[in-house]
Write a protein that binds this ligand. Structure first.
Ligand SMILES: Cc1cc2nc3c(=O)[nH]c(=O)nc-3n(C[C@H](O)[C@H](O)[C@H](O)COP(=O)(O)O)c2cc1C
Length: 171
């Protein structure tokens, strides 16, 4: 497996655009590996570091995993995401099944953290959480509270992941 290093700034637009359709965030706790679809995220700079910030709802299994092992990979498909991967990782919980196996995902050995990349979503960011912040519903505009938190009344937690490596996986 080849890893072609990339300048994350040059791919910021690609990643942000891909977020509109959904990308994967992968976490690992012990031997357990799990990926979820995310649509919200930021790529940018803070504390003079390149950072990807992800927003994970409190009730996600991924939230529990990130708090146990604060590292993640962001896995971006270069075209539309495979339907099965999207459905399994975006609607099922790692609490109930092995989504990596169910979705047919292939883990690829990481470089700097314990969480692998995924061959099927080749643009990879390896991130180490350097800051975690719980959002407060009461500080959001009523309209946003209504729209995003009526059905699922769980706050989001912001995970600021320092980007330690960025590359394209090439089989
Ligand atoms: C297009 C799309 C975007 C999503 N974006 C997010 C997100 O940014 N944050 C989040 O917490 N959940 C998001 N979800 C929902 C999770 O992917 C879903 O609840 C998943 O089953 C959680 O898996 P887990 O319980 O294994 O962590 C999104 C789902 C879809 C289909």
């Amino acid at each position: 497996m080849k890893k072609k290093p990339i300048d994350v700034n040059e791919y910021a637009g690609v990643i942000t655009k891909a977020l509109e359709r959904g990308v994967l965030l992968t976490a690992k706790e012990g031997d357990k590996l799990n990926s979820m679809v995310i649509g919200w995220g930021h790529i940018g700079r803070i504390w003079e570091l390149p950072v990807f910030t992800a927003y994970v709802r409190d009730n996600r299994y991924t939230r529990k995993m990130l708090d146990a092992n604060p590292e993640f990979t962001v896995n971006v498909p270069l075209g539309p995401m495979d339907r099965r991967i999207f459905t399994v990782c975006g609607t099922r919980s790692g609490r109930d099944l092995d989504k990596i196996r169910e979705a047919g995902l292939t883990p690829v050995e990481p470089e700097t953290i314990s969480v692998p990349g995924l061959l099927e979503c080749p643009l990879t960011l390896e991130c180490k959480v350097i800051y975690r912040e719980e959002q407060s519903l009461s500080r959001l505009p009523q309209e946003i509270q209504r729209r995003f938190y009526s059905v699922e009344p769980f706050d989001h937690i912001s995970y600021y992941g320092q980007i330690l490596a960025a590359y394209l996986l090439e089989a």
